[in-house]
Design a protein around this ligand. Structure first.
Ligand SMILES: [Mg+2]
Length: 158
C-alpha cells in the first residue's frame, strides 16, 4: 500500500496570515492534527510514503526520513516521484508516473491540488483532497482508511 503524499496544504496548512513555524532542519512544522491523522493511516495500513510535494527533489531520502521522524511520524519506507522537469501539473505528473510504473490499485493520494479533480475516475476514487487551510484531519484519515479497505477487497478497482 502506497500513500502519495503532498505536504503544503496537507501536513503544513496554508496560513497566509501567519508565518509558518520552522523546525531546526529549516523545514516548516507539521500541524498536530495532520501528524495524528497520518500516523493513524500508516499504523492501520502499514503503508509506505511516496512524496509528491514540489519540495521532493530538494532533500535526500535520508533527509526526508529524518524530517518525518523529527515531526513524530512513524514512517515506513519513503520514496519520491522523480523531479518534475517538464513542469507538469500535479494531475499529469501523477498520471505519467502511474503509467510508467504500471500502478494498479493499492494506493491512495492525499493532496490539496485542484488539478487532481481532473483525474480519471479510477484514480479520483483514491484521492483524499484536503482543504489547504486546514490540512489533513482525523475525519479524512477515516475516509482514507475506508478507501484502503475497499481497494483491498477489490471493490474500488471494479
Ligand atoms: Mg499542496
Amino acid at each position: 500500500m502506497l500513500i502519495f503524499l503532498d505536504i503544503d496544504g496537507v501536513m503544513v496548512p496554508a496560513n497566509s496570515w501567519r508565518k509558518p513555524e520552522f523546525l531546526e532542519d529549516g523545514f516548516p512544522a507539521f500541524s498536530k492534527g495532520a501528524v495524528a491523522a497520518l500516523n493513524k493511516i500508516i499504523t492501520a495500513s502499514g503503508a509506505d510514503l511516496v512524496l509528491i510535494t514540489s519540495h521532493k527533489a530538494k532533500y535526500s531520502i535520508e533527509e526526508w526520513e529524518n524530517m518525518f521522524k523529527r515531526r513524530s511520524i512513524q514512517v515506513n519506507k519513503i520514496t519520491t516521484l522523480p523531479n518534475n522537469n517538464d513542469y507538469l501539473n500535479r494531475k499529469d505528473e501523477l498520471l505519467k508516473w502511474f503509467v510508467a510504473e504500471e500502478i494498479k490499485g493499492n494506493f491512495i493520494i492525499i493532496d490539496d491540488d485542484k488539478s487532481l479533480n481532473g483525474l480519471p475516475d479510477f484514480f479520483k476514487r483514491k484521492l483524499i483532497q484536503t482543504s489547504a487551510l486546514v490540512g489533513l484531519t482525523d475525519y479524512l484519515a477515516d475516509v482514507a482508511l475506508t478507501i484502503i479497505e475497499q481497494s483491498k477487497s477489490g471493490i474500488a478497482s471494479k
